[in-house]
Ligand binder design. Structure first.
Ligand SMILES: [Zn+2]
Length: 449
């Protein structure tokens, strides 16, 4: 049996002691920022404030929210130096850039201790999902400038696991036959495509050596996960991580993602009011790296705005025994659009598509677009790939889609009934969406209004 916890003392610590550790780390982290980061040094000088006045979680909101834009405005070519660089170059182990949609990418600097902190978060998460010694994992995440695949690989070293660093999910089925891997890390759609490809080769994914799947890097509807679990015949666990700083992971209970609260401080706030939201309410995720006395950090960010949204589900003990807080599956704000006064996201679209009955007819691949049809009418164009276009039950697919997509959006259902929102469904052949986008990713949801 593998251990249940990677770091039992800290993962099962009681709330009072955990909060005390967090406050102690906040004090050290803010002091470190004021000493080592040109950005924060100037900020404290300019505001004539002492770093020692920031002591608690509530005090952190005294400090600015750090947006991607603010980081870009504090690095070349905008400034001569990297103002968020917070260690001496001799302590910087690697430099990473995050792919921005436009302009210069953001730069991130990592010390070896940063690497170890990231790896520890993954070690805890893998352990909570039942991975451990002798597990073999195919890594279908990029080993380029992204830090996820590499820090997960580093975590494997500490857990006695083997990593097969494919990077992409297009590896030959021989890899599964030859190495008998027990897990795969990939995205929902990559795992769907892999299962389809194996099926075409006469291999049933359920009968392979795979025992667990880990998906990361995107939010998904419960319906998508259920379908993936069905075709692979094993549990699918979610993780959430980014170069900027957090890795949260679901434990085997699958009731929210645990945040390693002693390593990263995650707050949920409302950008309109600038206040924290209450537990259970949805808001923007802001992150603060937490350092222990003596630790170094390459790019120290306090209140980093991820532009992702979530809600805190619980801060009490989980059925797995961990006391660290659990959050809802985060969603990207960039994938959420407003129809009248209701948010509508990629996850809502997928909730409609992945209704179980639909999956007898669909591959799961899709694209969706919002158009303005004039006269106050919004059109949702939905392109769906069918397993067999001729046999696809259009009416059933359409009904199920509407049922799922509007399940939590009664006002959109009402708009639909009144003809203010129309669905323009386009069924295409299997492989057609992928064929049309040989390089780029399919457009899951785009707003052309
Ligand atoms: Zn748990």
């Amino acid at each position: 049996m593998n251990p249940i916890y990677y770091n039992p003392m800290i993962e099962t610590i009681n709330r009072g002691e955990l909060d005390a550790i967090i406050e102690e780390k906040i004090s050290y982290t803010v002091k470190y920022a004021a000493e080592k980061s040109p950005f924060y040094r100037k900020w404290f000088e300019h505001h004539n404030m002492s770093p020692s006045s920031i002591k608690s979680h509530e005090d952190l909101l005294e400090l600015p929210i750090v947006s991607g834009e603010l980081i870009k405005n504090n690095q070349p070519p905008k400034t001569n130096n990297f103002n968020f660089l917070s260690s001496d170059w001799s302590d910087i182990f690697t430099v990473h850039e995050t792919s921005g949609t436009s302009g210069t990418p953001k730069s991130f600097f990592f010390t070896w201790q940063d690497w170890m902190r990231y790896a520890e978060k993954y070690s805890r998460s893998f352990t909570s999902q039942g991975f451990g010694k002798a597990d073999r994992i195919i890594m279908c995440a990029s080993y380029g400038m992204n830090i996820g695949a590499k820090t997960m690989t580093l975590a494997a070293r500490d857990l006695g696991m083997t990593i097969i660093p494919e990077g992409k999910c297009t590896f030959p089925s021989r890899i599964i036959k030859s190495y008998q891997p027990t897990g795969i890390v990939a995205s929902v759609f990559k795992l769907l495509r892999l299962a389809r490809r194996l099926g075409q080769e006469g291999i049933d994914p359920k009968k392979t050596s795979i025992q667990k799947l880990v998906v990361g890097g995107e939010s998904f509807a419960d319906e998508s996960r259920k379908y993936l679990e069905e075709i692979w015949g094993c549990p699918v666990y979610n993780t959430y991580g980014s170069t900027e700083g957090t890795m949260c992971g679901e434990c085997n209970i699958k009731n929210g993602l645990h945040v390693s609260e002693d390593l990263v401080h995650l707050d949920v706030y409302d950008p309109e009011s600038g206040e924290y939201v209450k537990d259970g309410e949805c808001g923007r995720i802001i992150l603060t790296t937490l350092l222990s006395p003596g630790e170094k950090c390459g790019t120290l960010l306090i209140n980093y705005d991820t532009e992702d949204t979530t809600a805190v589900l619980a801060r009490d003990k989980c059925a797995c025994g961990r006391t660290h807080m659990r959050i809802m599956n985060p969603e990207r704000e960039a994938e959420t659009f407003w129809i009248a006064n209701t948010p509508f996201s990629r996850v809502d679209v997928e909730r409609g598509i992945f209704q179980r009955e639909n999956m007898d007819y669909l591959t799961g691949e899709y694209e969706s677009f919002l158009y303005d049809k004039g006269n106050g009418i919004t059109s949702l164009k939905l392109i769906l790939e069918c397993l067999n276009k001729r046999l696809c039950d259009r009416e059933l697919v359409e009904d199920n889609f509407l049922k799922g997509a509007f399940e939590y959006k009664p006002s959109l259902r009402e708009m639909y009934n009144k003809g203010k929102l129309v669905l323009d469904l386009d069924l295409v052949k299997a492989g057609e969406i992928e064929a049309r986008k040989p390089k780029g990713r399919p457009v899951r949801i785009a707003d052309y209004r």
